[in-house]
Design a protein around this ligand. Structure first.
Ligand code: ACO
Length: 424
């Protein structure tokens, strides 16, 4: 028997039965009974805006899967590039497919000289690298005019390769500019993450070989950040993409959404918060101030979907230990552990189901690896590009409607214009 709900319009007594499909009910069916009566759902808390086959998330049980594969298994056995292929194509690649994918990505890492020399060099000396990234990604659309052919399979594939390949180059270029260091060209003999680390840190040596354990740790972080279904930035990607804008413009919008401290900027906010707390003795008073509403929010805690421990945070905590063995312990770790311990025993946090999210520990790793705070959201944007593009592609394949929500108007009734001289 098909499960369904029945709704009754009490004004008319009319009823309508709507089937429950894939855990949802169709708003279009609802509209048949209630035309012109809108769902009021700020923040889309109860609204599914699309069907998607990319990422499965069970926030109560703390489950995250890409295309059916558990995040724990992928973090243990896979690589970011393989995961990007999986997200975009739906299946893990066979060796020949992976080699072709790796080759294509590796050979599209260079950026046009004008992007770096004229565009990025034009920023103010203290520009935030995330602001630079948002703008540079948008600027790419002016370099690849074929990107407008979003329904041409070949063109679409090319833009996907370009975006995934060039994000680390743009990210590192933004960093090098902000510290006054010369730009480092990509090294095609290196793997994705090692190449990024080379572009970040290379100085005078002919070749920069990153510590393999640190490159692997970063790759794991990239896997964990690659997708997270309909989050704020992915929604921005889908919304802008639904107008059939080119993927660079849509991706720039997604980057901009990621910039905010409620989303990708949270890892930066966590480090600032831990630094401000300063010592273990200050943790308890700080938690008290959060509860009293005077200390702001506990950064890196809470999630719209996870109402239990974020499975990514568990993996990151383990990765942190491995990184600290090489880099030495981040002195803020003890404060973070104490904060977690106190919060997880406190009724304020447990009753609201507030647990550490992916950003609570990722910043500690980035900082121990030498990344400046401003680079944290940039580090998030690099891998999330694969997820954004997978959703963009899925949306186009579904011939999705343009995103255009309704509103409940609460403003003034119609009134006559008053000439300026007659206003009080
Ligand atoms: N610290 C203290 N209290 C919190 C926190 C927090 N981090 N998060 C939520 N709350 C409280 C709210 O004050 C509210 O309490 P109330 O019911 O007494 O008013 C309740 O928990 C529910 O909070 P909402 O804001 O309604 O939850 P929402 O789902 O809208 O927000 C969000 C989720 C934005 C992630 C929020 O938890 C937050 O601001 N966290 C801190 C920032 C952060 O870590 N962001 C990263 C998210 S992960 C990511 O984007 C990669």
């Amino acid at each position: 028997m098909t499960e369904s709900i029945t709704i009754t319009d009490n004004r008319t007594g009319e009823t309508l039965e709507i089937p429950i499909e894939n855990g949802g009910v169709s708003a279009a069916a609802w509209q048949k009974l209630l035309p012109g009566l809108w769902f009021y759902d700020p923040g889309f808390v109860s609204t599914a805006a699309c069907e998607s086959a990319i990422t499965y998330l069970d926030g109560e049980a703390g489950i995250l899967r890409y295309r059916g594969y558990g995040i724990e298994e992928l973090a243990e056995h896979s690589t970011y590039l393989e995961v990007a292929y999986l997200l975009l194509n739906g299946e893990l690649p066979n060796p020949a497919q992976f080699e072709a994918w790796r080759h294509e990505i590796t050979h599209h890492t260079f950026i046009h000289e004008n992007v770096r020399k004229r565009f990025l060099d034009g920023f103010h000396y203290d520009a935030h690298p995330m602001g630079m990234l948002v703008s540079a990604v948008a600027a790419l659309s002016t370099f690849y005019l074929d990107a407008k052919q979003i329904f041409d399979v070949e063109s679409r594939h090319k833009q996907i390769i370009r975006l995934i390949a060039k994000m680390p180059t743009l990210a590192a270029a933004a960093h090098r500019f902000s510290v006054g260091m010369p730009f480092v060209y990509p090294d095609n003999s290196l793997e994705f993450t090692s190449n990024f680390l080379s572009m970040m840190w290379k100085t005078a040596e002919p070749r920069f070989d990153a510590n393999p354990a640190l490159a692997r740790a970063l790759d794991i972080l990239f896997i964990l950040h690659a997708d997270h279904e309909q989050n704020c930035s992915t929604t921005a990607m889908r919304t802008v993409g639904s107008s059939h804008a080119d993927p660079y413009s849509a991706c720039a919008a997604a980057c901009a959404a990621l910039y905010g401290p409620r989303h990708g900027g949270a890892n930066e906010a966590v480090i600032r918060m831990l630094t401000e707390i300063g010592s273990i003795e200050n943790v308890e008073p700080f938690v008290a101030s959060v509860k009293a509403g005077t200390g702001g929010r506990l950064q890196g805690f809470g999630h719209r979907v996870y109402k239990s421990y974020d499975p990514r945070a568990k993996i990151i905590k383990r990765t942190a230990d491995e990184v600290f063995e090489i880099t030495g312990k981040n002195p803020l770790l003890d404060i973070a552990l104490k904060l977690e311990e106190i919060a997880l025993q406190d009724e304020y946090f447990t009753s609201r189901k507030l647990y550490p999210n992916v950003d609570f520990y990722s910043g500690l790793i980035y900082q121990a690896m030498g990344f400046p705070l401003e680079m944290f959201p940039v580090l998030f944007a690099i891998p999330r590009t694969a997820g954004w593009l997978a959703h963009w592609q899925e949306m186009l394949d579904q011939d999705s409607k343009i995103a255009r929500p309704r509103q409940l108007y609460i403003g003034a009734e119609q009134r006559p214009y008053v000439p300026m001289g007659e206003r009080g």
